[in-house]
Each structure stands twice: as structure tokens, then as C-alpha cells.
Design a protein around this ligand. Structure first.
Ligand code: PLP
Length: 437
């Protein structure tokens, strides 16, 4: 038997895990705490999933699948950006609920999840060895999304270095971008893509329209593609909730980048979206790319065959997404549940004097547990993560891989567990942190 039959890139893939903590997450998710039936169970708060509103959505999806006759196109090949009816439903859904401006179906393509969208977009817009700049701390899997196949190098632009309080707004400036660009040029590489996530993973911060407009102009001038990832665009936290409102100086509503794109109509501006987070259906695999760059969209469709959303999913969701009343109600209820869970976590953080970044959206709180570490190395961060999990069942995401420098930072997902279960987990975490239990 030959020792290794893989190509060079196959061998690299063999050693590039998507996430190092996947197995421990699945173990914890299969052993969930239940006060009656599994009081010794686990509290995974490490996976960016929202389980809070699934029962109602499941019922609505089941209704579509059970009572509607399946059209013939479901069993055939369809458009390479998605089926026509699906594209129309997705574009309308985005226009009505997310962007506040009309998105034309011919200016979007759909793929199996945001991951596919990011990978394919970067493959088309950049060349191997080019650089993608991302404000840090950021979603760690961006390294794989842009690195695995597109072979881009990731450059982290440090923001929130000292977890300074900032009202849930990104503190990225043009000065930061100029500095990053100069450093990349100096290294002999080219900055080809800037990716901003709003609301952000893991900080939950958002970008204002003024900030995005300035950044867009800079990117257009420098011929750098700007991709705004709005995957959490409908997962907004109500900042006027009485338990959290003191964290925010003013109420700022999230405004989609689509509005600026419509005004500027530049070939360098793009927006990604998907249903994994806002609808809590990461398993159905729906991602969207929106752009005014017609050549980009055409190239994308030409390469999209391996990434298409299954027609069965497209059909089932066409009906659900087009049900405007249902979706409006769903979004309102989902944001109320998200806010309520978020407020519970913030109350716990305040009671225990744990520093955190106030979020305006997303499913997360970015917290600083460094005062509970022995030492300040990655090893002591890992030890705290492990000890906390072993003692309480609380499974956080350690900050390693988020591209920032400080140790002792963790991401807390507020939407994975139902509120009552989350509350039990927080009590155990408080005991562990104060008493070392
Ligand atoms: C910022 C960001 N982009 C992309 C993804 C991947 O999403 P999908 O499951 O739709 O591929 C995630 C998932 O956590 C994310 O947080």
C-alpha cells in the first residue's frame, strides 16, 4: 500500500481542520443539560447557531413541504445562480426585511452557505498569494474560507485591542486601512480584498453608513474589492432593553450596505448574505452574493455548479420566504428572544465584573476572562477553557484563531441554548469563577 496517495494540496487539506473544537462541540451538543432528564449535561455556547425560534419555522417549512405540489423544476437542473423563483423570493425577502431597498434577482447568485459564497467570491476577485484584510478579532474560519482554495493570505487589522468600551460600533478607521495596506505592500504582496462583517462575529459591533461610505471610497480609489458580510443582518439586539440600555450612548439602527451599493454602483463593492444565522437554518445551506459587477456575477455562476443549493431546499424556502407576514412576525419574535438571552448573559457578566464588548447585533458576546487565568499565555487560556468545561459543562470558544493579540478572550454564543437552560449554565459558571468550583 502506498503511504500517501494525495496530491500536495490534498496533503495540506488533510492537516487543515475547519475548527479544532468541532468534536468536543458535537459531544457536548449530544449531551445537553436538562434539569429533569440530564442534570449533569453540558452547555455548549461555542457554535454560532440560533436555536431559539426553530419550532415555529419548522412548522412553517413542514407546511410548505406537506401541502404544496412539488413543481417539475425540483427534479431538474436549474439556473447556475439558483432557480428563477427562488432568486426572486430571496431578492424580495432581502429587499423587504434586510436591505430597505430593492434588490434585483439578476444581481444575486445563491450557493450552499455563506462559506461557499466567500470562497468562490475570493477565488474570482483575487489571485493566489494576494492578501485579504480583516479587522480582528474576527471569525476564525475566514482563514480557511479564503485560504483553502483561493490561497489568499489573511492580514488581521487589530481593533478593540484593549476591549475598550465603544458603544457597539466598529472602531476601524481609514488610517488603519492605510497602515495595513502599507505593511502589505512592504511585504511584497497586494491587498486585493477587504472583508467587513456587520453585525460582526465575534464582537457584535456594526459599521455606520458614514464609515462604510468612507471605506468604500477608499477601496474604490485603491482598486481593492470590498465585501460586506451581512450574515447576521437580521439578528439585531434591542439596545433599548432596560437591562442593557446603559451600554449604549444612542440608538443606532443597522442599515444595510446594499443602500450604498445602489448609490455607488461600483464594480468593487459586494455584499454577502445567507440564512444560516438569521433564520437559524445552517443545515439547509443557503448563501447569497449581491453585486453590481456583472462580470463577477457571470464568472460566479459559471463556477457555481458544485456549490448550488439543492432544489428541494430552494423550493421549500421559496414558499416560506415569500410569506411576508410570517417572516415579519418571525423576525420580530426572534430578535426579542435573542435580546432576552443576550440581556441575561450581560447581567451575569456585570454581576461578576467580567469585561465585555457590548453588541448591537449577532449571536455573540466577546468577553475577557483573563483575570481568571494563571499566567497570560495561549496555554493558560486553553487551560481555563478546558477547566471551565470540565467543571461546569460550559463550552466557550477560546480566542485563539480570531487574529487578535490578547489572551484570555472568549466568544460566548447567547442563542444556542433556550433561556432557562442558559440560566442554569450561567449559575454554574458563576460558581466556578468565584469559588473555583
Ligand atoms: C461571519 C461568518 N461568515 C460565514 C459563516 C459561514 O456560514 P454558513 O454556515 O452559511 O456557511 C459564518 C458562520 O459562523 C460566519 O460567522
Amino acid at each position: 500500500m502506498p503511504k500517501n496517495t494525495l496530491s500536495k494540496r490534498g496533503k495540506k487539506a488533510l492537516h487543515t481542520e475547519l475548527r479544532a473544537d468541532l468534536e468536543v462541540f458535537f459531544n457536548a451538543a449530544n449531551d445537553l443539560f436538562d434539569i429533569e432528564t440530564n442534570p449533569g449535561g453540558q452547555f455548549p455556547v461555542s457554535m454560532a447557531e440560533n436555536n431559539l425560534s426553530w419550532p415555529g419555522l419548522r412548522e412553517r417549512i413542514e407546511q410548505s413541504i406537506s401541502f404544496k405540489a412539488m413543481p417539475k423544476w425540483v427534479s431538474n437542473y436549474t439556473g447556475m445562480g439558483g432557480n428563477e423563483d427562488f432568486l426572486e423570493a430571496v431578492a424580495n425577502f432581502m429587499s423587504v426585511h434586510l436591505t430597505g431597498c430593492a434588490i434585483e434577482p439578476n444581481r444575486i447568485n445563491t450557493s450552499a452557505g455563506a462559506t461557499a459564497v466567500l470562497e468562490l467570491s475570493s477565488w474570482i476577485l483575487c489571485g493566489a498569494g494576494d492578501v485579504v484584510a480583516i479587522p480582528a478579532p474576527s471569525y476564525p474560519v475566514y482563514s480557511q474560507d479564503f485560504g483553502n482554495k483561493s490561497a489568499l493570505t489573511r492580514h488581521d487589522i487589530l481593533t478593540f485591542e484593549n476591549l475598550e468600551r465603544n458603544d457597539g460600533l466598529s472602531n476601524l478607521t481609514i488610517k488603519d486601512l492605510k497602515k495595513a495596506n502599507a505593511a502589505i505592500n512592504k511585504s511584497g504582496k497586494k491587498l486585493k480584498l477587504l472583508v467587513l462583517t456587520t453585525p460582526d462575529n465575534p464582537t457584535g459591533c456594526i459599521y455606520t453608513q458614514e464609515q462604510l461610505s468612507e471605506i468604500s471610497e477608499w477601496c474604490i480609489k485603491k482598486k481593492i474589492h470590498l465585501l460586506i458580510n451581512e450574515l447576521y443582518g437580521l439578528s439585531m439586539i434591542h439596545t433599548n432593553h432596560p437591562d442593557i440600555k446603559e451600554d449604549y450612548k444612542e440608538e443606532i439602527t443597522f442599515t444595510s450596505f446594499a443602500q450604498l451599493m445602489k448609490k455607488k454602483k461600483s464594480d468593487y463593492l459586494h455584499m454577502s448574505y445567507g440564512l444560516s444565522k438569521d433564520l437559524g437554518i445552517s443545515g439547509l445551506r443557503v448563501g447569497v452574493i449581491h453585486s453590481y459587477n456583472e462580470k463577477f456575477l457571470k464568472a460566479y455562476a459559471n463556477l457555481n455548479a458544485p456549490h448550488l443549493v439543492s432544489n428541494l431546499t430552494q423550493w421549500a424556502l421559496t414558499d416560506v420566504l415569500s410569506d411576508r407576514d410570517f417572516m415579519s412576525h418571525y423576525i420580530i419574535k426572534n430578535q426579542a428572544r435573542l435580546t432576552s438571552n443576550y440581556a441575561l448573559v450581560i447581567k451575569f457578566l456585570k454581576e461578576n465584573k467580567i469585561p465585555y464588548l457590548p453588541a448591537r447585533g449577532s449571536l455573540f458576546v466577546w468577553i475577557d476572562l483573563s483575570k481568571y487565568m494563571r499566567g497570560n499565555s495561549k496555554k493558560s487560556e486553553h487551560k481555563l477553557w478546558q477547566d471551565l468545561y470540565e467543571a461546569t459543562g460550559i463550552l466557550l470558544t477560546p480566542g485563539t484563531g480570531f487574529g487578535h493579540k490578547k489572551t484570555g478572550q472568549f466568544r460566548f454564543v447567547v442563542s444556542f441554548l433556550q433561556k432557562e437552560v442558559l440560566n442554569e449554565g450561567l449559575k454554574k459558571m458563576a460558581d466556578f469563577l468565584t469559588l473555583g468550583k
